[in-house]
Design a protein around this ligand. Structure first.
Ligand SMILES: *Cc1c(COP(=O)(O)O)cnc(C)c1O
Length: 395
């Protein structure tokens, strides 16, 4: 399979998905961002600085760990790509540093971003502090109340938190308000999108900065085992950690790729955030993708126990990879994810993020059915941020 497209066409489409559905005024600015990015990625000084920061600041390469105890228990060889060990505790820092460097190269003074649970906000505020940029983070009023530790972290890092008080007062409103602000400030600010979503060129930019995960993982895996994995498994919210690791294996037709979506409380509308499994084609936040909608075409509120996964849309390249059947998309529900959270903690001493626990849960389920395979999981983040929430659940 060497005919999988890696880059979008010049309008930003992967097959029928993606594109740039924007007011004219912003289209011009997004084209400038595209040009700046395409120039930057081939600039040697930029490459040196980005690689230097990944190595000495983020702590890359992240190791691959052979999960010996888990493997023995379930009958497959299970390997973890340890993105949880990155500075700030997840894969998001890889693209946040890239976006902040892009902003600087364009002469911008500020980064604008939205955040739901605060993970993208903290990673963006970190990159902004490091590179001397101002940082405005838009966050739903309800989320600010719920995610106090991340709100405190962002403030310590010097970011301004702007509360979105309309509608459901959560992620969707935060995106709406951040976008309105950006429309006024785009001459001096860059909107840093938090996953492989949004209008072109952001899916392409974020994929580029996350592809380091796949590049490292392929080399490390070959080094350790002298073969490629049979299966690569990653959780899918917007889809950035999954695209990051899949990107190195797309042309290896013997490697099966699995994207795991959150089934939440069940299959009914509003109970999950499985856009690739239950979505219909539509446009949200400036791009075309599979979207969770009701019978009247209203966008549904997405739900998952892992707030990093509860977005009603998904990256356009995932929609394309599903359509050409290169990646299989499966679901894991809240209960299965919670049980995998404890299983990895207790068998290996690694507390995974609830998001990543979805990938771990699928790997365990698959190992029980098909023994003796080599499975590589992208462990996208650590679970420290989830501990208070989980301990309150158990009461
Ligand atoms: C945000 C987040 C995700 C989901 O985002 P993707 O773009 O789908 O990768 C997954 N895992 C962790 C730890 C996160 O913080």
């Amino acid at each position: 399979m060497n005919n999988v497209i890696t880059m979008p066409d010049n309008k930003g489409f992967y097959g029928e998905f993606g594109g740039q559905f924007l007011p004219d005024e912003l289209k011009y600015e997004f084209d400038k961002i595209t040009d700046a990015f395409l120039k930057l990625k081939d600039d040697n000084n930029f490459k040196k600085e980005y690689e230097y920061l990944l190595k000495h600041y983020v702590g890359r390469p992240s190791p691959i760990y052979f999960a010996k105890n888990l493997s023995k228990k379930y009958g497959s060889e299970i390997y973890l790509k340890r993105e949880d060990l990155n500075h700030t505790g997840a894969h998001k820092i890889n693209h946040c540093i890239g976006e902040a460097l892009l902003a600087k190269s364009m002469g911008k003074k500020k980064i604008i971003a939205e955040t739901g649970a605060g993970q993208h906000g903290v990673a963006t505020a970190t990159a902004a502090a490091l590179l001397g940029l101002e940082c405005d983070i838009y966050m739903g009023e309800k989320d600010i109340e719920k995610e106090k530790p991340n709100v405190k972290k962002m403030k310590i890092l010097g970011a301004n938190i702007i509360s979105a008080k309309s509608g459901s007062k959560t992620l969707k409103e935060a995106v709406d308000e951040a976008f309105l602000a950006y429309k006024k400030e785009y001459k001096t600010a860059l909107y840093a999108i938090g996953s492989v979503v949004g209008p072109h060129p952001f899916p392409m930019i974020v994929e580029y900065f996350q592809s380091i995960v796949g590049k490292e993982a392929k080399e490390q895996f070959l080094d350790m085992t002298e073969t490629l994995p049979d299966k690569v498994i990653a959780c899918v919210g917007g889809g950035s950690n999954a695209i990051g690791i899949f990107s190195a294996f797309l042309d290896d037709s013997n490697v099966e790729l699995y994207g795991i979506e959150p089934l939440g409380k069940g299959a009914k509308p509003g109970q999950n955030a499985a856009s690739l499994t239950y979505g219909k084609t539509g446009i949200l936040h400036g791009f075309k993708c599979l979207l969770l909608k009701d019978d009247k075409d209203n966008i549904l509120n997405a739900y998952s126990i892992a707030s990093g996964l509860d977005y009603p849309g998904v990256g356009p390249k995932h929609c394309y990879l599903k359509k050409i059947e290169r990646v299989k998309y499966k679901t894991i529900d809240d209960k299965e994810a919670l049980s995998a959270f404890f299983e990895l903690s207790k068998t290996e001493g690694i507390i995974p993020a609830l998001e990543s626990s979805h990938a771990v849960a699928y790997a365990i389920k698959d190992s029980i059915q098909n023994k003796n395979q080599k499975i590589l999981i992208n462990l996208s983040g650590r679970g420290d941020k989830d501990i208070d929430f989980i301990l309150n659940l158990k009461k």
